[in-house]
Design a protein around this ligand. Sequence first.
Ligand SMILES: [Zn+2]
Ligand SMILES: [Zn+2]
Length: 80
Amino acid sequence: MARITVKVEPLHADGTACDHAVSPSGKPRDPDSGCTGRCSYRVWCSSCGQVGEPHGLRVLAEPEQSRHRAQHQAQLAATR
Ligand SMILES: [Zn+2]
Ligand SMILES: [Zn+2]
């Protein structure tokens, strides 16, 4: 079974993933990057895809990330 990664991914206002460099305030560092700024954060699982609804703040997405990762660990333990 492939290793599952669960990560928090920043999103633009239109729902596309943001992999641009941004300053701590959330503004894009490079004005020419086409980045519209980070609007929300979603939990992304390499096995399940998007987990739940996007969150307005990274700190709100992190507990969901931990919870989802723990669910997979429990599943793995159960099939062992
Ligand atoms: Zn961006
Ligand atoms: Zn998952």
